[in-house]
Write a protein that binds this ligand. Structure first.
Ligand code: PLP
Length: 358
């Protein structure tokens, strides 16, 4: 996975399936942002942020919530609040906390993250049970269970809500705290028809991201008990995550809650369309999509994921290499059904060129 900034501008007309973070705010969202009432958030005086936090706390069934610049900061502040240095966090081996936050669990919270073997990002109560160390002066204290809904590297998979609550309950029975990374929780809500609070029920802290499928430019909201969010505020302040007139950003998030949740179903339909087309192409092995993330393996073409993505970009479509031969395409607000057909045409041209060269 490479997040290196590309110096060149994005070519005009590029169909950008690199991530669902690639959306630009819509005219309606920009209008809401322009109209936002604002104040000093650090002093609790930004009315738009206060409204957003109350709405997300309610949505997730928690007492309180806090606005933060990013989902990464939600995860890291949760680790800081739940754990002490030397504690152990358990989570799926390819979870975002472990693979995509720059080593922050070690650098900031001084915790170990022990990877759990998972199937498409999901693990079982037995896996949790087996990973929890008995209290001992030799062993690190297993302190926190972290789960992702949807599981990003798992394939955008949706935990069945019963299994999600069972792993959380297992952790709780052993005295662990629980944290839900809900970067794409609303995709799971739309795909499953189960309300967000049901997904978050077994978790002490949970958050949603507004810059993924929800299409806002900035912001994520972390929710939990009043006590935990109070403690989280100390870390927000310490890390420089407090806003001033951040209602400018929160207005985009409120707009997304009102206008961009139900439409996630369109992204899921586009993902299915893309997969149906890819499944017909020689050398490509697709994973069944559950939400807006499409993963496929290109080893059958003889190409690496990186080479495939470079060739595909030359054909006007950007996807991401997520491993040696695994490619990810994300559908989102800024791509259409027609873009899916165009993208499939581009993939066909890449494959035809490889066959000609062989
Ligand atoms: C994107 C993502 C994050 C981090 O969110 P940012 O807003 O990009 O910091 C955390 N967890 C998962 C599963 C993600 O996909």
């Amino acid at each position: 996975m490479s997040y290196a900034p590309k110096p060149e501008a994005i070519p005009p007309g590029l169909i950008n399936l690199y991530s669902d973070t690639q959306t630009k705010p819509t005219p309606g969202m920009r209008e809401a942002i322009a109209r936002a009432e604002v104040g000093d958030e650090q002093r609790g005086e930004d009315p738009t942020i206060n409204t957003l936090c109350a709405r997300v706390a309610d949505l997730l069934g928690k007492e309180a919530a806090m606005f933060l610049p990013s989902g990464t900061m939600c995860n890291e502040i949760a680790l800081l609040v739940h754990c002490r240095p030397g504690d152990e966090v358990i989570g799926a081996s390819d979870c975002h906390i472990l693979v995509a936050e720059g080593g922050a669990p070690a650098a900031l919270a001084s915790v170990l993250v022990t990877p759990l073997r998972s199937v498409r990002g999901l693990f079982t109560p037995a896996d949790v049970e087996a990973a929890i160390r008995p209290p001992s002066r030799y062993a690190p204290r297993t302190r926190l269970l972290a789960a992702e809904q949807t599981a990003n590297m798992g394939g955008g998979t949706v935990w069945p809500v019963a299994q999600l609550n069972e792993v959380a309950d297992t952790a709780k029975r052993h005295g662990l705290a629980t944290h839900l990374d809900g970067a794409r929780l609303m995709n799971a809500v739309v795909a499953s028809g189960v309300p967000a609070a049901e997904h978050a029920k077994g978790f002490d802290t949970a958050w949603i991201d507004f810059t993924k499928g929800l299409g806002a430019p900035v912001g994520a909201v972390l929710a939990g008990s009043l006590a935990l969010i109070g403690e989280a505020w100390r870390w927000k302040q310490r890390l420089g995550g407090a806003f001033r007139q951040g209602g400018i950003c929160a207005a985009g998030c409120l707009y997304a809650l009102d206008h961009h949740v139900e439409r996630l179903a369109e992204d899921h339909a586009h993902a299915r369309l893309l997969v149906a087309g890819l499944a017909q192409l020689p050398g490509i092995a697709v994973e069944t999509p559950e939400t807006n993330l499409v993963f496929f393996d290109v080893s059958g073409t003889g190409m690496t994921a990186e080479a495939f993505c470079v060739a595909l970009e030359a054909e006007g479509v950007r996807m991401g290499a997520m491993g040696r031969t695994r490619v990810r395409a994300c559908t989102h607000l800024d791509v259409t059904e027609r873009d899916m057909r165009t993208a499939l045409g581009a993939v066909e041209r890449v494959l035809a060129a490889v066959r000609r060269a062989a």
